[in-house]
Design a protein around this ligand. Structure first.
Ligand code: CP3
Length: 354
């Protein structure tokens, strides 16, 4: 078994997990793994603004690799932000300490019509360049992940203009002008297909769609508005690379999530992975789902909670991750403990035939 797990490189391991296969061990990474809990990230951010790090490929590559060097994670997600394409679509963006701000929020059918489709290789070249350099630097054996925001979550920021508590403005738009709102989601989806295809062409082994706020929608609105736009994106990149679809607080949407066609569903800690597998079947791989707050607890708690998640799927079609981004006050040793616990767990059923 050891011989096989050693023979499978990180990229093969990751892609096999995305295909739902049984593996001798599961791949592990963390959402927001490049971030403020790392002293080397804080040090670099003291000298460079957030958007500067996103737009300067050397800096983006450096921070993307920090968690790989420090923790030995099994996948490297390119450093960027889901709001970068909003800016490329024509909505000016600021990302300061108070979180993101979109200076000209999209609140009318007219504003929707003005949103541009953009050429990702021209207007977000820095990201494609960062991916190409990451693949060269980390090596072809390491999966580099691309990503984008899902249309509903993008719309939340583009309409609200900032992180929101109640999502009242975006929901008012949806209910007052459903056709214009659908057009907004549709445009974001179209732009996102080109954006993700460019990332895959640059070398991304898989891509993740972040739908952090879809849990705000009732099932009927999710089906009516958010789901078709996500489905369109997934169909648009089908066959090019696996798509991981991340949702949070989505326990009322689980059956609908499978209808997006995602290769991998990534969920938060509220969902039991074994129950989710029973619901969506073995054809869909699952990613997650340790509560990031557990990384603030004792080492024993981290180990036992991680093992209990691993047992839910027994190493089949599972990418171990957190249920949301790592918290800035997480001790580095706690992150290390989580990664190591995941990587050391063995699943005899996952021994591959020679
Ligand atoms: O996972 C990674 O390491 C890749 C980088 C990444 C960032 N943002 C860097 C970032 C990814 C994948 C994202 C996605 C993202 N961005 C999401 C979806 C996932 C989620 O967390 O829900 C959302 C909603 C955003 C929008 C956004 N960007 C917010 C709300 C904030 C402010 C909150 C915060 O954590 O500070 C950001 C800023 C941001 N994006 C930071 C990082 C590392 C912090 C900026 C800093 O260095 O000060």
């Amino acid at each position: 078994m050891t011989a096989f797990s050693a023979a499978l490189n990180r990229k093969e391991l990751f892609l096999r997990a995305c295909r739902g296969e049984s593996l001798p061990r599961v791949p592990v990474w963390m959402m927001r793994q490049a971030g403020r809990y790392l002293p080397e990230y804080r040090e670099l951010r003291a000298r460079h603004a957030f958007l500067e790090v996103c737009k300067e490929p050397d800096l983006a590559v450096e921070v993307s690799l920090q968690p790989f060097r420090r923790l030995g994670v099994d996948a490297v997600i390119v450093f960027s932000d889901i709001l970068i394409p909003a800016e490329a679509m024509g909505v000016p963006l600021e990302l300061g300490d108070a979180g993101p701000r979109l200076l000209e929020p999209v609140r009318s059918a007219d504003a929707v019509r003005k949103l541009r489709l953009f050429d990702p290789e021209a207007e977000t070249r820095f990201l494609m360049e960062a991916i190409r350099r990451l693949v060269r630097t980390a090596g072809v054996d390491v999966p580099v992940l691309g990503f984008a925001g899902a249309p509903w979550t993008m719309a939340c920021y583009m309409v609200e203009g900032r992180s929101s508590e109640g999502f009242v403005t975006v929901k008012s738009f949806l209910y007052a002008e459903p056709a214009a709102f659908r057009e907004l989601l549709q445009r974001i989806a179209q732009a996102t297909i080109a954006y993700l295809k460019a990332q895959i062409a640059a070398g991304a082994a898989a891509v993740q769609l972040f739908d952090t706020w879809c849990g705000e929608l009732a099932l009927s609105e999710y089906r009516d508005f958010a789901l078709p736009a996500v489905h369109q994106i997934i169909e648009g990149v089908r066959g090019k690379a696996p798509v991981i679809y991340y949702t949070k607080a989505s326990h009322h949407l689980l059956e609908a999530l499978a209808q997006t066609g995602a290769d991998v569903l990534s969920v938060d800690w509220r969902v039991n992975l074994r129950e989710l597998r029973a619901k969506v079947g073995p054809g869909v791989a699952l990613q997650g789902n340790l509560d990031p707050a557990i990384l603030l607890a004792s080492s024993e708690t981290i180990v036992s909670a991680t093992k209990s998640i691993l047992q839910q799927l027994g190493g089949q079609g599972h990418v171990l991750n957190l249920g949301h981004g790592i918290l800035p006050n997480t001790p580095v040793e706690a992150a290390q403990r989580f990664i190591r616990t995941g990587q050391e767990a063995r699943f005899p059923a996952g021994v591959l035939a020679p």
